[in-house]
Design a binder for this molecule. Structure first.
Ligand code: GUN
Length: 291
């Protein structure tokens, strides 16, 4: 039987619906939640992502401002802009769209963002809180979105074996911490490009999460019967049947649907949840900063 598709769009709509009331309450107190997005250069995929974030703000009545800087913007220019935004009481969330051009140091720029305004959840203070098991900082949006989707699908993680493929700062590492945290209680393995015999680890997983950026990497013989599989991959693959010449593919081969009990689709799975959690972090920031 084909796996149940875990509809990230519907889950995201549910998250957004719950934010609307909190946004109205903020506005009634004269607080207009405001997200600022900084984009450097002309990366087409980044422009698409930023556009989707702005549309979500518009849907919810969150103010959004885009600062588009040229690809040869200097680090000093970015630092000046971040200092101004940190000091601006009308700004609640600041996000620097990744990737940045190679000559800019993404990590040191992230360090500069006020942790209370770091709605990406990438600042060391926010990641440090997560390591401490505290959930009072901003959580990175994609991992938080995956956790919310699992909860929404009533997947009980306690005592389950979770395998995360990928150890990135943005997804794999923080997601592994969230899965293992008290309250979630999964037993977590992280596998990566240097892991020997990745398949054998994946075959043990009750919950398998692929966040590695390789189209179709996870095959159906890597997956235990009845496992829950979450596909975080967003890969552009050549597709001559499309006028634009490409389509989106996840890290999970669609045939995995034959063995998994639940599978998140690409597109329409984790993607909309990342944006919903960004909106949620922005509302949390506006509430916290206006207290
Ligand atoms: N680029 C791809 N995903 C993300 C994200 O979640 N946040 C930022 N800032 N950049 C990204």
């Amino acid at each position: 039987m084909a796996a149940k598709s875990l509809d990230g769009k519907a889950c995201a709509e549910n998250v957004e619906a719950n934010l609307k009331e909190r946004i109205s309450s903020l506005k009634s107190k004269g607080v207009n939640p405001h997200l600022v997005v900084i984009i450097v250069g002309e990366d087409p995929a980044s422009k698409i992502y930023v556009g989707a974030k702005e549309r979500a703000c518009e849907r919810l009545g969150i103010v959004s401002t885009r600062h588009s800087l040229s690809a040869n913007a200097s680090e000093i220019e970015l630092r000046d802009l971040l200092s101004k935004l940190n000091a601006d009481d009308a700004v609640h969330g600041i996000l620097v769209q990744s990737p940045l051009p190679d000559d800019l140091d993404e990590l040191s720029l992230t360090d500069m963002i006020d942790p209370n305004k770091d709605v990406d959840g990438f600042h060391p203070v926010n990641l440090g809180r997560l390591v401490q098991g505290r959930m009072d900082g901003h959580l990175p949006c994609t991992p938080a979105g995956v956790m919310r989707m699992l909860e929404w699908a009533n997947v009980d993680l306690t005592g389950k074996r979770a395998v995360v493929i990928g150890r990135s700062r943005i997804v794999g590492m923080p997601l592994s911490l969230m899965l293992a945290a008290k309250g979630s209680n999964a037993t977590v393995s992280i596998v990566h490009s240097r892991t020997e015999n990745i398949e054998s680890h994946c075959q043990q997983a009750d919950v398998l999460i692929a966040a590695v950026g390789v189209a179709g990497l996870v095959k159906n013989n890597w997956v235990k019967n009845g496992a829950v599989v979450i596909d975080v991959g967003v890969n552009r693959v050549e597709d001559t049947s499309r006028e634009r010449g490409w389509s989106l593919a996840g890290d999970v081969d669609p045939d995995v649907s034959e063995v998994a009990s639940i599978l998140s689709p690409v597109p329409g799975g984790v993607g909309p949840m990342t944006i919903a959690m960004l909106m949620s972090n922005t509302v949390n920031a506006a509430e916290k900063l206006s207290r």
